[in-house]
Design a protein around this ligand. Structure first.
Ligand SMILES: Cc1cc2nc3c(=O)[nH]c(=O)nc-3n(C[C@H](O)[C@H](O)[C@H](O)COP(=O)(O)OP(=O)(O)OC[C@H]3O[C@@H](n4cnc5c(N)ncnc54)[C@H](O)[C@@H]3O)c2cc1C
Length: 428
């Protein structure tokens, strides 16, 4: 709980009968034990925790018996394509193509589920995320779009268990890994989850990113936030903060990415699952100039289970989704930067952590054999993450206008991507 291996999935809080809580959600957002825990509960929590151990090959065998394809970067899958929700409102309100929201609405309308576990913003504290069970299309749309600050969806496991009806569940890879572990253990808290969907996952940020963003704009009290969006408007969208005073602050998503190295949740660096490998269907942004130029919203969609693929087929035939199949190689090229970060960088960072004598996650597999140049590159990246997360660096960056820093960050990232192109493309 106190190591960088905790991804804040919320399972220990949800299963603890009130004995574990998240202490300071605008601070470190760490689980805190507030009452004695007996041995039986401790065993359950330990089993449900995905931070220290999640055996990819074992659970792959269990949940995807005979997938049509498997790639060690992508995971098991049936089909990969580029798509978007046919309903223009769903597409517009979604983070990229509105695929995940469209699927949930379709399942609800077809009576295949009675509710969906989604992540919205808290109504009481609109600066924080809050998971809930959506039972109407409006509620699903209300929770659309990506939230780039810590979310702990599994802290509502008691509500999930008490829900009368079938559920779909949406979460990040770490949250889903815990749900899969509980399903494998036949834990009653997850017995009504029929479908699992998830966004791709590069990283998430501490709440300090919001404080920093406000300070840069001369605002000093996050309590004055009335609405917080991370992907507002046309794809790829803007980070947008609405304040009690009526002031609205907006910054292009690509520029707001400058917050990442300063406020990244350290666990994101040890998570090696980019494309949410344990879902029925997962979705990410279709990052390619050909789509980015067109705006509107395009997703990369990966169907993984037979059930997920059948659902995708049904929706395409019914005219609910647009879906154009692409090859594995095209999919990898589109996210080569992300795969490099997670499937190479992730394992190298785990190795560095082990060398420092710290606890490391056990994923039941490793990717290794990288060139010395990739290790060197990781040393530079990891050092930058350490330096940039210091209070001094955070303070220093706040002295500049975010548009300016965001612009520099976007350009530096492009140069960095180009200069590392060869390292990353090699063997992909
Ligand atoms: C933290 C984070 C990091 C991401 N990193 C990448 C990346 O590196 N590369 C990439 O291609 N795509 C990434 N994505 C995915 C991308 O932003 C879109 O979510 C994805 O393309 C799906 O878009 P959509 O329009 O189909 O989803 P929508 O229809 O907008 O639905 C999104 C669903 O995800 C749920 N959700 C949103 N945020 C969270 C969260 N923090 N925790 C749990 N559930 C959440 C919502 O409740 C909603 O149901 C990331 C998403 C998140 C949340």
């Amino acid at each position: 709980m106190r190591s960088h291996l905790c991804n804040r999935c919320g399972s220990c809080v949800g299963l603890s009968e009130g004995k574990i809580v998240f202490g300071d959600k605008t601070g470190k957002y760490q689980p805190k034990i507030i009452a004695p825990i007996d041995e039986q509960l401790a065993d359950t929590l330990w089993e449900a925790c995905p931070g220290k151990q999640f055996d990819f090959p074992k659970y792959r065998k269990q949940f995807f018996r005979e997938p049509a394809y498997f790639h060690e970067f992508i995971g098991p899958y049936e089909r990969i394509g580029i798509g978007y929700a046919a309903d223009s409102q769903v597409r517009r309100e979604g983070a990229s193509g509105g695929i995940i929201s469209a699927i949930l609405i379709w399942l609800l309308k077809q009576n295949k589920i009675d509710g969906a576990v989604v992540l919205g913003m808290s109504t009481k504290e609109p600066w924080l995320t809050q998971a809930f069970i959506a039972t109407t299309p409006d509620e699903i749309l209300c929770a659309a779009q990506s939230k780039y600050i810590i979310s702990s969806n599994n802290d509502i496991l008691p509500e999930i268990a008490a829900f009368k009806g079938r559920l779909a569940y949406v979460g990040l890879p770490g949250q889903i890994q815990s749900i899969r572990k509980l399903q494998a253990a036949k834990h009653p808290s997850v017995s009504n989850i029929d479908y699992i969907f998830g966004p791709f996952y590069g990283n998430t940020l501490h709440f300090s990113s919001i404080n920093s963003f406000l300070r840069t704009h001369g605002e000093h009290d996050y309590h004055t936030i009335t609405k917080l969006y991370f992907r507002y408007g046309e794809w790829p969208g803007n980070m947008r903060v609405e304040l009690k005073s009526g002031r609205i602050i907006e910054l292009k998503k690509f520029h707001a990415n400058y917050l990442i190295p300063f406020h990244i949740l350290r666990n994101s660096l040890y998570c090696t699952d980019l494309t949410s490998e344990f879902t029925d269907i997962s979705g990410g942004d279709a990052w390619a100039p050909v789509y980015e130029e067109r705006g509107k919203g395009f997703s990369m969609v990966i169907s993984r289970s037979k059930k997920g693929d059948a659902l995708l087929k049904e929706m395409v035939e019914a005219g609910w989704l647009s879906f154009d199949q692409i090859s594995e190689q095209e999919a990898i090229s589109m996210h080569s930067h992300g795969y490099d970060f997670k499937k190479r960088g992730g394992f190298i960072r785990i190795k560095f952590r082990k060398l420092l004598g710290k606890s490391v996650p056990d994923y039941g597999y490793q990717i290794k054999g990288f060139k010395a140049s990739r290790y060197l590159m990781e040393m530079v990246i990891s050092s930058l993450f350490i330096v940039m997360s210091t209070s001094f660096a955070r303070w220093a960056v706040e002295q500049f206008p975010p548009k300016f820093i965001g612009g520099i960050f976007e350009k530096t990232r492009t140069i960095w991507k180009k200069s590392t192109h060869k390292i990353k493309r090699r063997e992909l």
